[in-house]
Design a protein around this ligand. Structure first.
Ligand code: F0G
Length: 464
C-alpha cells in the first residue's frame, strides 16, 4: 500500500519536474484576432495562441520518466507485439476483464461495441450522454435514453453521487420497450457531462441486481473510473482508506465489459481499448477491429503507446497520484467558489464546470451563453476552455431542434501533472476578472454547423 501524502499539504505533487515546455504570452489584441479567426470556437484556436490550456484532460497529461522509458521498449511488430501482451496483463490485473482489444482511442472502442451489441430500434439507457458515445449508439441504430438521477441535471444540487443510475427510470424504459430492445446499460464512471460526478458502489450493486434479474449486461465507460473509485473512497461508507485499485476492481467485477479512453485516467497522450468477459463478443470485436483500427494486437496504436499505457495505469491507481490530481482541481474550485462564481456542485474530478446560465443570465440559451463565456475567457487571458451546453448537446435527430440541455456549462478541464498551483491562481483571477464585467458580454449566433458533433467545428459571430 502507498504511504499517505504529507499531512500538512494533503495534495502536494508526488513528483518533481524533469522537463518543461515553454509557454507563450499574448496580448489582448492578438487573442481577440485569434478568437475571431476561430469563429468564437475554442476548438478552432491554435495551441500556440493559448497560455493555459484547459480545453480538455484528454491526451494532455504529462507522462512520467518510466512511461517515456517504456516508449523506448516499443515492439513495433505488426502482429503479436510484446507490448500488447504486457498491456493485456495489466488490464486483466487492474480492470479484471478477461479479453482486451486495443483501439486508437475511446471512440474507436465505442464504435466496435455499438456495432456489435446494438441493433436497429434498440434503446440504450445510460447515466447521461457523452457526445461520441451517444453518436456511436445512434449510428448503430440505437436511441440513447437518459436514466441518471435527477440531481445530476441540477448544477446547484450537492448530492455526492450525481452519477447514480435512477433505477425507476431504467425500469420504466425496460418495462416499456421490453428487455430484448435493451442491449446493455451504458454506465460511465465520473460522469463527464454532469460535471465529473461519481456513482456509488451501493448504486452499482442495485443496478447489478436489477440487470441480473432482467439479463441485461452493464457496459462501463471506464474513461475516468479510477477517479470515480477515489470519490467512493472519500465519500462512501465502508471505503475510507481502501486501496483505489481494489475499489476499481470491485467496480469492474460488477460489469460485463468496458470501453476506455486511456487518454484520461491512464495518463497517456493517445490510446484506448475495449475489454469484456464474453468470449463471443470478444471474437466479434477482434474481427471488427481489423476493419476500423488495425490488427487485434495493436488496434491503431504503436507498440510504444501500449507500453506507456500499461505503465500509466499502474501510476494512476496510486493514492498519492489521485490525492494530488483531485486536490488540485478542488483547490481551483474552492477559490472560484469563494469569489461567488456559480459552479456545478460538488466539485468534480477532472474539471471545474462554470454554470453559464447563472454567470450570464441575460443571454438566452439559444444564443449559446457557455460558448460566449468560453470565448470571453480566452480573450481575457489566453485560457482555453470548452463549451458543454447547447452546442455540445446538438439537435434532436427527430425534431431537428436544439436539445437545450439543463446544463449550460463551461468546462475548465485540468490536465494531469501539467500545471502548477500558480497557474491555478492565474485561472481563478481570469475567471473573476470576466465575472466582474459579465454584464457587457453578448451572446453568439451559429454561422456554420457541421452535421456530426457540431461543437468541434461550428463557427459563431457575436449577435448584434
Ligand atoms: N467517454 C468519455 C466519458 C469521454 O470523456 C470521452 C472523451 C470519450 C468517451 C471518448 O474518448 O476522445 O478517446 O475518443 N472525452 C474528451 C473530453 C474528448 O474532452 O472530454 P476519445
Amino acid at each position: 500500500m502507498n504511504t499517505p501524502t504529507h499531512k500538512h499539504h494533503t495534495w502536494a505533487e508526488p513528483y518533481k519536474i524533469k522537463m518543461v515546455e515553454l509557454l507563450r504570452m499574448t496580448t489582448r489584441e492578438e487573442r481577440l484576432a485569434a478568437i475571431r479567426e476561430a469563429g468564437y470556437n475554442t476548438f478552432l484556436t491554435r495551441s500556440r495562441d493559448v497560455y493555459i490550456d484547459l480545453l480538455t484532460d484528454s491526451g494532455t497529461s504529462a507522462m512520467s520518466d518510466r512511461q517515456w522509458a517504456g516508449m523506448m521498449l516499443g515492439d513495433e511488430a505488426y502482429s503479436g507485439s510484446e507490448n500488447f501482451y504486457h498491456l493485456e496483463s495489466v488490464v486483466q490485473e487492474y480492470y479484471g476483464y478477461k479479453h482486451l482489444v486495443p483501439t486508437h482511442q475511446g471512440r474507436g472502442a465505442e464504435n466496435l461495441m455499438s456495432q456489435i451489441l446494438i441493433k436497429e430500434g434498440d434503446y440504450v439507457p445510460g447515466n447521461m450522454y457523452f457526445t461520441t458515445t451517444r453518436l456511436h449508439q445512434e449510428l448503430a441504430g440505437g436511441t440513447f435514453v437518459d436514466v441518471i438521477v435527477d440531481e445530476a441535471h441540477d448544477p446547484q444540487n450537492a448530492f455526492p453521487f450525481k452519477g447514480n443510475v435512477d433505477l425507476e427510470k431504467l425500469a420504466a424504459l425496460v418495462d416499456g420497450v421490453g428487455t430484448d430492445r435493451v442491449p446493455y446499460v451504458s454506465l460511465e464512471g465520473n460522469v463527464n457531462m454532469a460535471g465529473g460526478q461519481p456513482f456509488s458502489m451501493a448504486n452499482l450493486r442495485e443496478l447489478r441486481l436489477y440487470c441480473d434479474k432482467h439479463d441485461i449486461p452493464i457496459m462501463l465507460d471506464a474513461t475516468r473510473t479510477i477517479e470515480n473509485a477515489w470519490f467512493i473512497r472519500e465519500r462512501e461508507d465502508g471505503y475510507a482508506g481502501q486501496p483505489v485499485r481494489d475499489i476499481l476492481r470491485e467496480i469492474c467485477d460488477m460489469t460485463d465489459g468496458c470501453t476506455m479512453s486511456a487518454k484520461k485516467d491512464a495518463l497517456v497522450n493517445i490510446g484506448g481499448f475495449f475489454a469484456c468477459n464474453d468470449d463471443e463478443v470478444f471474437q466479434k470485436a477482434q474481427n471488427l477491429v481489423v476493419v476500423y483500427e488495425g490488427l487485434h494486437t495493436y488496434g491503431g496504436l504503436a507498440g510504444r503507446d501500449m507500453e506507456a499505457m500499461a505503465q500509466g495505469i499502474r501510476e494512476a491507481v496510486t493514492e498519492d497520484h489521485m490525492a494530488a490530481r483531485i486536490g488540485q482541481v478542488r483547490y481551483l474550485g474552492r477559490k472560484l467558489e469563494a469569489a461567488g462564481i456559480p459552479l456545478v456542485e460538488p466539485i468534480g474530478s477532472h474539471a471545474i464546470f462554470i454554470d453559464a446560465r447563472r454567470f450570464l443570465p441575460h443571454i438566452d440559451q439559444e444564443e449559446y451563453p457557455a460558448q460566449a463565456l468560453a470565448a470571453e475567457l480566452f480573450i481575457e487571458s489566453g485560457i482555453r476552455t470548452m463549451e458543454r451546453g447547447n452546442v455540445s448537446a446538438g439537435r434532436d435527430p427527430l425534431t431537428g431542434k436544439n436539445r437545450l440541455p439543463k446544463l449550460e456549462l463551461v468546462r475548465l478541464t485540468i490536465p494531469r501533472r501539467v500545471y502548477t498551483q500558480a497557474h491555478m491562481d492565474v485561472v481563478a483571477e481570469s475567471v473573476i476578472g470576466v465575472y466582474k464585467r459579465r454584464d457587457k458580454i453578448r451572446g453568439l449566433k451559429m454561422v456554420y454547423e457541421p452535421e456530426y458533433l457540431r461543437f468541434f467545428q461550428a463557427r459563431f459571430e457575436p449577435v448584434s
